[in-house]
Design a protein around this ligand. Structure first.
Ligand code: IYR
Length: 223
């Protein structure tokens, strides 16, 4: 990237303490309303809203600012159908044998199974890839990426938060294994799919499992 060439910090938000408290509480309470949705309606979502959310994801911090991620945004029904078919083959195998007893027991309260109709009904499937290294498409030259999993995970987290703030429903879907996504979408060999963020509107009769989150005190410690 070249030499250190700093510029003054100018655009950093300046709030009062009261504003900070109000904003963070508003954000927290709004985030508490996020639910993973498994029943989507076919109601379309304008492309520009999805693009804005992906732009928000692109602001995530990353190792050496390499942004080692790629979002393949799928809305073509034929491609969604192919993804569903391939995912369901893997998922059938997962639920019938690969998962094992303990994993299936841990999933029971979510009510999931190998049937994945949402991969066709939801208007958008955002397939999130991590780039294990950079690969120049012209020269084939490889260069290093750093903290790839962490960086791509952060960007995907930003994406989910952005979609939620836009009032869209999401599902983080992890077909297991998901190597087929790179082949199906013609992505290069330096990329590995980490999850599909399914995005759209909840079905009118969408149901969600009863879930509780860990108590705050269980999740952190102060020093
Ligand atoms: N990939 C499967 C199983 C699954 C695994 C976990 I860990 C979940 O939190 C939810 C589902 C599926 O999508 O059904």
């Amino acid at each position: 990237m070249g030499a250190y060439q700093p510029v003054p910090l100018t655009d950093f938000p300046a709030f009062s303490e009261a504003e900070r408290r109000q904003r963070v509480t508003e954000f927290r309470t709004f985030m508490e309303r996020r639910r993973t949705i498994r029943f989507f309606s076919g109601q379309p979502v304008p492309k520009d809203i999805i693009a804005e959310a992906v732009k928000a994801a692109n602001t995530a911090p990353s190792g050496a600012n390499k942004q080692p991620w790629h979002f393949a945004i799928v809305s073509d029904p034929a491609v969604k159908k192919k993804i569903r078919e391939a995912a369901e083959i893997e998922e059938k195998e997962f639920y019938e044998s690969r998962a094992g007893e303990e994993w299936l027991k841990d999933l029971a309260h979510l009510g999931t199974d190998s049937s994945k109709p949402f991969l066709e009904t939801a208007p958008y499937l955002i397939v999130c890839f991590q780039q294990n290294y950079a690969l120049d498409p012209k020269t084939g030259k490889r260069s290093k990426h750093y903290y790839v999993q962490e960086s791509a995970g952060l960007a995907t987290g930003f994406l989910i938060a952005a979609l939620h703030i836009a009032g869209l429903a999401t599902l983080t879907h992890t077909p297991s294994p998901m190597g087929f996504l790179r082949d199906l979408l013609g992505r290069p060999k330096n990329e590995r799919a980490i999850m599909i963020v399914v995005a759209g509107h909840p079905a009118e009769d969408a149901m969600v499992p009863t879930l509780t989150k860990k108590d705050f005190s269980e999740t952190c410690s102060w020093f």
